[in-house]
Design a protein around this ligand. Structure first.
Ligand code: ATP
Length: 230
C-alpha cells in the first residue's frame, strides 16, 4: 500500500533520513522504532506530504511529492502527528467532525463508532479540546483519524507521555482499529507497545535503517534492546 525507497530528507545541513527503504503491505501494521532524533517524525511528516524529499514514496501508486494532501486523504490515508494538531478552542465533537470533512457520508454513524471506542470522548463531547488531559487528547487525535474512514493510518508515537492506565486504553483501541483491517504505520519509541501491535518492525537510528524484520526476529535482537532499553 505504501512503498518508501531510498528516501532522504534534510533540514538545511541536518540529514534526518538517509536512504530509507520501507514497505507497508495492505492489512499489516508496520512498526518503526528508534530513539530520540532517529527520524520517526520526519518520516511521518514526509509521508503526509509536508516535507521535500529525495527518493520515492508511493501511496497506492501515487508519488507523494506529486499529490496534494487532500487527494491522499481522499485515497484513505490519514496521519496523526506527535503534536496531535487539535483545534484547542473547539469542542471534542467539532474536532471529531472535522476529521470527516472530505468524506461526510455516514459521519453520524462513524461518530457513534468513535464514541463506542472511546466512551470518555462521548462524556466530554462538548468540552474544549485544550482542556482535555494528554491521554484524552491522544484519544481525540486517533478518533479524528477514524472519522475520515481511513484505510491507512500513520501514527506518530501514540503512546508518548501517557500514564500506564491510559496507555492500556489506547492500546485496546488500537487493537480494535486493527480488527477493522486498517493498514497502519506505527512510529514508536515504546518498544513494548510496538511489539504488541506490529507485524514487522524497522529500527531507525540517525536516519538510517539498522534492522528490519518480524517482531519475533527483532524482539531478541541485541541492537534493538540496547537502543530502546529492552
Ligand atoms: P523524537 O522521538 O525525539 O521525536 P524522531 O525520531 O521523531 O525523534 P525527528 O524529530 O524526525 O526524530 O528528528 C530527526 C533529526 O532531524 C534530528 O536530528 C532532529 O534534530 C532533526 N530535525 C527535526 N526537525 C527539524 C527542524 N525543523 N529543523 C532542523 N532539524 C530538525
Amino acid at each position: 500500500m505504501l512503498s518508501v525507497s531510498d528516501l532522504s530528507v534534510s533540514y538545511g545541513k541536518v540529514t534526518a533520513l538517509d536512504g530509507v527503504d520501507l514497505d507497508v503491505p495492505s492489512g499489516e501494521t508496520i512498526g518503526v522504532i528508534g530513539p530520540n532524533g532517529a527520524g520517526k517524525s520526519t518520516l511521518v511528516d514526509t509521508i503526509g506530504g509536508f516535507l521535500d524529499y529525495e527518493g520515492s514514496i508511493t501511496y497506492r501508486g501515487l508519488e507523494v511529492s506529486e499529490t496534494d494532501t487532500p487527494t491522499l486523504i481522499e485515497n484513505g490515508l490519514f496521519y496523526c502527528t506527535e503534536r496531535r494538531d487539535l483545534f484547542g478552542q473547539m469542542s471534542v465533537e467539532q474536532n471529531l467532525r472535522l476529521g470527516s470533512y472530505l468524506n461526510d457520508e455516514g459521519e453520524d454513524e462513524r461518530l457513534e463508532e468513535v464514541f463506542d471506542l472511546f466512551p470518555r470522548l462521548e462524556e466530554r463531547r462538548s468540552q474544549e479540546a485544550e482542556s482535555l488531559s494528554g491521554g484524552e487528547q491522544q484519544m481525540l487525535s486517533l478518533g479524528r483519524g477514524l472519522m475520515s474512514d481511513p484505510e491507512f493510518l500513520v501514527l506518530d508515537e501514540p503512546s508518548i507521555g501517557l500514564a500506564p492506565v491510559v496507555l492500556d486504553d489506547i492500546s485496546e483501541a488500537l487493537t480494535s482499529i486493527q480488527e477493522l483491517d486498517v493498514t497502519i504505520l506505527l512510529c514508536e519509541q515504546n518498544l513494548t507497545f510496538a511489539l504488541e501491535h506490529a507485524d514487522r518492525l524497522t529500527l531507525l537510528e540517525n536516519g538510517t535503517v539498522q534492522r528490519s524484520g518480524t517482531t519475533a526476529e527483532l524482539q531478541s535482537d541485541e541492537l534493538v534492546e540496547s537502543y530502546i532499553g529492552g
